[in-house]
Write a protein that binds this ligand. Structure first.
Ligand code: DGL
Length: 254
């Protein structure tokens, strides 16, 4: 499983809940964080390097726990590596189904919003719904620096989402895994807003793909979490702990 940083931990948490006996390697590519504003070829290059490392480590399935990396690289990764992939795309379909006002805001990184994958889901599922895209400038950075739940985070969310909510949006899609950690802030600022987060659905899909491929761990296997951090390890672990993840069973290595 990988992401540019802590964002994908939202998928990891959901996955470990439903598949606790699987061995997971989580690669946080913090040396290249953030992915969001980088050109697609650069993100693709990182995604290939990270996947290469995970495959070398024996991965049987790769979860691209990052919307930006999925947008930049998912089809190419699938073609290049002979193992199954589960990627992410903003939840336009559930949002369109859920919205009563017919107006939905998609909060994601520029890389995700510019990608073909996103254009396709809007085309497939967004008809009849008014969809506004909001580039969550600075939001992933706030989460990555451990500032979820702070007045700064709330203020950033007010500035980004306020105008859309005022214009009638009743549903927001979290199109970046980092934003899952801002859910409480969003709910506090905009209690009337319905929040669509796909991390659990992606975790369920990963389990389904393992099942379909006969790849599930034996039921008596003990689950493990191994962590690879391309940037500063101590800092990552500290933020992980602040987000409620037990640092104890995690072995960090390069
Ligand atoms: N967590 C990543 C995503 O889902 C992006 C964060 C970043 O900009 O690196 O898009």
């Amino acid at each position: 499983m990988f992401d540019s940083g802590v964002g994908g931990l939202s998928v990891l948490r959901a996955f470990r809940e439903i598949a606790p006996n699987e061995r997971v390697i989580y690669f946080a590519d913090t040396a290249y964080f953030p992915y969001g504003p980088r050109p697609a070829p650069e993100v693709r290059k990182r995604a290939f390097a990270v996947v290469q490392r995970l495959v070398q480590a024996g991965a049987k399935l790769i979860v691209v726990a990052c919307n930006t990396a999925s947008a930049a690289a998912l089809p190419d990764l699938r073609e290049a590596f002979g193992i199954p992939f589960v990627g992410m795309v903003p939840g336009v379909k559930p949002a369109a189904l859920r919205s009563r006002s017919g107006r939905v805001a998609i909060l994601a990184t520029p890389g995700t919003l510019d990608g073909e994958l996103f254009a396709r889901v809007v085309d497939d599922f967004g008809r009849g719904t008014r969809i506004s895209t909001i580039a969550g400038s600075g939001l992933a950075e706030l989460v990555e620096s451990g500032e979820a739940g702070t007045p700064r985070a709330r203020q950033a969310l007010r500035a980004l989402l306020g105008p859309e909510v005022q214009a009638g949006a009743d549903t927001v899609v979290l199109g970046c895994t980092h934003y899952t950690f801002l859910q409480d802030d969003i709910r506090a600022e905009f209690p009337q807003l319905s929040v669509v987060d796909t991390s659990e659905a992606v975790a369920r899909r990963a389990v389904q793909v393992l099942d379909e491929g006969g790849l599930r761990a034996p039921p008596d296997q003990e689950g493990e979490l191994d962590l690879i951090v391309s940037g500063e390890r101590a800092r990552f672990r500290a933020i992980m702990a602040r987000l409620g993840f037990e640092p104890a069973p995690v072995e960090a290595r390069q």
